[in-house]
Design a binder for this molecule. Structure first.
Ligand code: Z5A
Ligand code: MG
Length: 221
């Protein structure tokens, strides 16, 4: 029987301006370099949610820039649909042994919408069945440090009271993911330098870098 491994699905989540995109890119390059150096590491792809390039993504982009208004439930379902658009691509990559990195995922979807007062269960429902991450890296940062970083305050949710509410829901999600066995959830102190944060991430990622055993499961299924 073949003991071939599939690719690992690794999600980077976290508070605003915690450095998700910075770290996702560094991690992508590090995994890619290992492959170039002839290691057994599989290919790696980096996805970003929301993916603003698709038709649905363009509607999300207009909403985030406050160029359009949408009902809270409607925008929630669009964010989720934007992930479902890529679900089969994620599964195909993983099955081929490719590591998939996602910069934000379903957990952001739940955190931002539940913060508005929609019920946690309602927010979670459209995410059920998406490819489940093997590892979620949650970048934690204090609101003050985040606000001092570049580009903060330009989009709809980039306000301190929103971020506080989002943090509370993320904490709840992290506990639920651990208790329900939906992959590993690792909290990282993102207030350190980029290099220090990258090293912390790598400690959690390295064991999965050459692929993982077992089939791809559906989130919360
Ligand atoms: N949203 C939602 O409601 N529902 C969903 O399902 C999803 C998302 C998926 C846009 O997301 C909004 O959509 C977001 C959540 C909501 N709303 N908010 N708020 P986005 O992912 O497109 O947002 P973004 O514009 O990319 O921001 P971000 O993701 O919050 O930023 P980041 O990726 O965490 O940070 P960064 O871009 O890597 O770094 C920010 C700056 O800090 C930059 O100048 C870096 O050079 C600097 N930086 C990074 N790391 C460090 C360290 N360690 N030290 C010092 N400076 C640093
Ligand atoms: Mg980002």
């Amino acid at each position: 029987m073949s003991s071939s491994k599939r690719g690992a699905f690794i999600v980077i989540e976290g508070l605003d301006r915690s450095g998700k995109s910075t770290q996702a890119s560094l991690l992508h390059d590090r995994l890619q370099d290992r492959q170039d150096a002839g290691a057994t590491t599989p290919k790696v792809v980096l996805l970003k949610f929301p993916d603003r390039t698709t038709a649905i993504g363009k509607m999300i982009d207009a909403y985030l820039r406050s160029e359009s208004e949408l009902d809270d439930r409607a925008i929630h379902l669009l964010f989720s649909a934007n992930r479902w658009e890529l679900a089969s691509t994620i599964v195909a990559h993983l099955a081929q042994g490719t590591t998939v990195l996602a910069d934000r995922y379903a957990f952001s979807g739940i955190a931002f919408s539940a913060r508005k007062g929609l019920s946690y269960e309602w927010c979670r429902a459209p995410e059920v069945g998406l490819p489940a991450p093997d590892l979620t890296l949650f970048l934690n940062i204090s609101p003050d440090v985040a606000a001092a970083r570049g580009g903060y305050g330009l989009e709809r949710y980039e306000k301190e009271e929103v971020q506080k509410g989002v943090r509370r829901v993320f904490n709840k999600i992290g506990r639920a993911v651990q208790e329900e066995g939906e992959g590993k959830w690792v909290e990282i102190d993102a207030g350190k330098t980029k290099e220090e944060v990258a090293e912390e991430l790598w400690k959690a990622v390295e064991p999965l870098a050459s692929g993982v055993q077992g089939s791809i499961s559906g989130l919360w299924e």
